[in-house]
Ligand binder design. Sequence first.
Ligand code: HEC
Ligand code: HEC
Ligand code: HEC
Ligand code: HEC
Ligand code: HEC
Length: 311
Amino acid sequence: MKGLRIMVVLCIVVAMPLAASGLQFEKKAKTIDELAKMYDSTQCKSCHADIYSQWEKSHHARPLMGVAGGLMMIPVVKSSAFAVKDPKQATLKTFPCFKCHLPQAVANAEDSVAVELTEALFAFSAEKATDKEKADAKAKVAKLQITCLVCHNEKAITHKLVLGKPENGVLYGNKDVASHPDAAYKTVKKSAIMTQPIFCGQCHGTGPNFEFDYPVQCATLYGSYQHNYLSNGGFMACQECHMKKVNGMADHLIGPDFNDKKATGELLSKSIHLDVQTLGYQWLRKAGTLIPMVVVNTKITQDAGHRIPDG
Ligand code: HEC
Ligand code: HEC
Ligand code: HEC
Ligand code: HEC
Ligand code: HEC
C-alpha cells in the first residue's frame, strides 16, 4: 500500500510539467518546420482573411527579422554572453529572447530547434555565403512567427492560479463562441485580458528580465505606459490606439510598421507636436545702441501612451 501511495505522488509530480500551459502536442517540435506547422496561422486565413492579411504585414509576423529583414539574432549567437562556437552547442537557453519573440519555442520546442536556427544564422553570416545560401537561411528564420495561436491561446490567460491555464484545442477572444467552425479549434472562450493593456505587457516589457542566468533587457514600453502615462491620468488601452477597428474588426497590423517608412512618418507627424513661441524685442544696453533680441520657446509633446522611441 505504502509503495502504491508513493507511486501516486510521483505520478502527480511527473504529470505537472506536462500540463504546463497552452497548447499541448503529442511531441515537442524537433525542427523549425514542425514548430511552424504546430502554430500555423494559414489555418485561420480562409475565414479571417482581412485579419490575416493585416497580421501578415505586421512586426508580430517577423519577430526574429527586426526592421528591414535584419536577422537580429545573429549578434546573440556570435558575440553576446550567449554566443556559441559551434551551432550544435546551441540550446533553447541560448535565446532568452524566445520569452517574448517566440514564446511557442519555450512551450513546445526541443533544443534541436535552437540548433537549426543557429545553423541558419551562421550560414547567413558566413564570409563566403552565396546569395542563395543567404536567401535560404532567411526563409528559414522567417517561418518563426508570433502567430494567431500564440496570442489567442498561449498568451490569453495571465492569472492562471485563479482562471486556470489556456486549454488545448480552445481559442480565446473577446467573446464566447460555442461552435467555432474551425476543424481543430471548435470553441472560443472569452479571455479576461484580450482588450486589456496587461495582455500586451506580457511581452512589451517592464525592465530587466532577472530570471535568466545573464539578465537581458529589451522592450520596456509597458513600464513606461504604467509609470509615465497611467500615473499622469492616461486611461486608454494599447488596443484602443493600436488596434482601431477596420471594417468593424480590430486592426491586426498593430502599427507602426517600421518597414513602411511613409506610414510611420505620417503616424509620427500626427502624434508629435512642436509648439513654438517667439518674442522679438530690442535691448537698450547703452544710450543710442539698440541691440535686437529674440526669445524662442519650444515645446515638443507627443500623444503616445508611453515614451517614443522605446527600448
Ligand atoms: C471555417 C471558418 C473559420 C476558421 C477556419 C477559423 N475561424 Fe475563427 N471564427 C469564424 C467565425 C464565423 C467566427 C464568428 C462566430 C460568431 O461571431 O458567432 C469566428 C470567431 C473567432 C474568434 C472570436 C471573435 C471575437 O470577437 O473575439 C476568434 C478569436 C477567432 N475566430 C480566431 C480564429 C483563429 C485563431 C483561427 C485559426 C486557428 C480561426 N479563428 C479559424 C470562422 C472561422
Ligand atoms: C521582455 C520581452 C523581450 C525579451 C526577453 C526580448 N525582447 Fe526584443 N523586443 C521585445 C518587443 C516587445 C520588441 C518590440 C517593441 C519595442 O521595441 O518596444 C522588441 C524589439 C527588439 C528589437 C528591435 C526590432 C524591431 O523591430 O523594433 C531587437 C533587435 C530585439 N528586440 C532583439 C532582442 C534580442 C536579441 C533578445 C534576446 C537577447 C530580446 N530582444 C529579448 C520583447 C523582448
Ligand atoms: C508574444 C509576445 C507579444 C505580445 C503578446 C504582443 N507583442 Fe507586440 N511585439 C512583440 C515583439 C517580439 C515585437 C518585435 C518584432 C520585431 O522584431 O519587429 C513586437 C512588435 C510590436 C509593434 C511594432 C513596433 C516595434 O517596435 O516592432 C507594436 C506597435 C506592437 N508590438 C504592439 C503590441 C500591442 C498593442 C500588443 C497587445 C495588443 C502586443 N504588441 C502584443 C511581442 C509581442
Ligand atoms: C499580438 C497578438 C495577436 C495576434 C498575433 C493575433 N491576434 Fe487576434 N486579437 C488580438 C487582440 C488583443 C484582440 C482584441 C482586440 C480588441 O478587441 O481591441 C484580437 C481580436 C481578434 C478577433 C476579434 C476581432 C473583433 O474586432 O471582433 C479575431 C477574429 C482575431 N483576433 C483573429 C486573429 C487571427 C485569425 C489571427 C492570425 C492571423 C490573429 N487574431 C492574430 C491579438 C492578436
Ligand atoms: C494614447 C494612444 C496610445 C496608447 C494608449 C499606447 N500607444 Fe503605443 N504608440 C502610440 C503612438 C502614437 C506611437 C508612435 C507611432 C510611431 O512611432 O510611429 C506608438 C508607438 C508604439 C510602439 C513603437 C515604439 C517605438 O520604439 O517607436 C510600440 C511597440 C507600442 N506603441 C506599443 C504599445 C503598447 C504595448 C501599449 C500598451 C501598454 C501602447 N503602445 C499604448 C500610441 C499609443
